[in-house]
Design a protein around this ligand. Structure first.
Ligand code: AMP
Length: 402
């Protein structure tokens, strides 16, 4: 069984083709700068037979249709498939599924309309996903297509956790509430942790940390998300590369009244100019670590703030869960930055959390337990694999529909 996973953004399409016999990757690639007129377009492709290629296309790739044509030509020319219609399924990543989708679904007309209707809740993401889905439906009409939502794993949040304390009518009329994101990643690492710890996922309590350029945490009770740090949009919660995370909303009113900031200025400020970048000028954790080691006080401050915010959420989610079986780190920072892991979990012995510094410092590409043998809470590093999770969920939906 061959499943193609598509992650279409507004100007890029990432794809990965899986053989579901052994979950292996048959080919993967990235088409960038779609619709960007002034530059030459870039393509990366790897058919996993050792023939990685990077191409620069003279001129631009005008739209998603052209980008998907390039993808199918690469897959066919490298002999991985003969025709797109030979695929057993296509899984699409969609960031925002709102309250409409609590699980992955087969694409039909209603699903496409709903994703379109949800654009105001994810203006940066859903339009690109939608463009990818529409073109893919045209190009592979015989192939069953499934949408997997980043928000779906958090559909189990109880009402007291997902509501904001603003007039209830705003929830009723406009569906303003916490949705949460990175659900595919949180879900994947919880299932992997259960396998690793040889526990039933339905009785596993975990605090999950997806720490990348975007960062979020979840409290997972009996395998289900019961709270998460991102909200209506992926802005709330942890400090991120360029996003502020939690902030007193009155800061924004103050800036508007005192300094004349517009809505657009404020949007840019908290989404693009804040977070680690706002404090020390860089949003690259590797660079920030190096700067801090060289004595840059702002870089050290950014790290301290980043770790402190995580620690506060570990405390909060420990209280939410009562009993915590494991804490799981993933994402570019969570998987690679031992200092972030150590410092965000330091002095939490009273919470049953104790990291083994020497194991934590060793590099590994697989799952590692970095807590001491005596630590009641197991602390794990688990590489995430959102594409594989999308492929697995796509396969499940298609098989259920047969
Ligand atoms: P992601 O969004 O998951 O790709 O993660 C991107 C973040 O991970 C950036 O802040 C990178 O600097 C950080 N990152 C990637 N590799 C490392 C590493 N080896 N050590 C520390 N941070 C890393």
């Amino acid at each position: 069984m061959k499943i193609l996973v598509l992650n279409a953004g507004s100007s890029s399409i990432k794809f990965q083709l899986f053989s579901m016999v052994d979950s292996s990757v048959m080919a993967s690639g990235l088409v960038e700068q779609i619709g960007e007129n002034e530059s030459n377009a870039r393509i990366k492709y790897n058919d996993n037979q050792g023939s990685e290629c990077k191409k620069e296309i003279k001129g631009s790739i005008p739209n998603h249709e052209a980008a998907l044509k390039i993808m199918s030509t690469l897959l066919i020319e490298s002999g991985v498939i003969k025709d797109l219609n030979e695929l057993d399924g296509i899984g699409h990543r969609v960031v925002q599924g709102g309250a409409s989708f609590s699980e992955p679904v087969l694409v039909d007309e209603w699903v496409v309309t709903e994703i379109e209707r949800l654009i105001p809740l994810a203006p940066l993401h859903n339009p690109g996903h939608l463009a990818g889905i529409k073109v893919s439906l045209e190009q592979s009409p015989q192939v069953p297509q499934v949408v997997v939502f980043d928000t779906a794993f958090h559909s189990s949040l109880p009402k007291h956790a997902y509501l904001y304390a603003i007039p209830y009518k705003l929830y009723e009329d406009l569906k303003i509430r916490r949705y949460g994101f990175h659900g595919t990643s949180h879900h994947y690492i919880v299932k992997e942790a259960a396998k690793y710890l040889k526990k039933d996922v339905n009785s596993l309590n975990a605090i999950t940390l997806h720490l990348g350029n975007g960062a979020s945490m979840s409290a997972v009770k009996n395998g289900k998300s019961v709270d998460t740090s991102m909200g209506l949009t992926p802005l709330e919660g942890l400090i991120m590369g360029t996003r502020s995370g939690d902030i007193d909303p009155a800061v924004l009113f103050y800036l508007a009244r005192k300094e004349g900031y517009t809505i657009e200025d404020l949007d840019r400020l908290v989404n693009k100019e804040s977070g680690l970048k706002g404090i020390c000028g860089s949003n690259d954790m590797r660079e920030i670590g190096k700067m801090a080691q060289e004595g840059n006080a702002q870089a050290q401050l950014a790290l301290d703030m980043f770790n402190y915010r995580i620690k506060k959420y570990i405390g909060a989610y420990s209280a939410v869960l009562g009993k915590v079986d494991c804490i799981i780190f993933t994402g570019g920072i969570g998987e690679n930055d031992s200092a972030v892991r150590f410092n965000s979990c330091s002095n939490l012995e009273n919470f049953g959390i104790k990291i083994d510094a020497s194991i934590n410092n060793q590099r590994s590409s697989g799952i590692v337990k970095i807590s001491t043998e005596e630590s009641p809470v197991k602390v794990l590093v688990i590489p995430t694999n959102e594409e594989l999770e999308i492929a697995l969920q796509t396969k499940e939906v298609i098989e259920r529909a047969k």
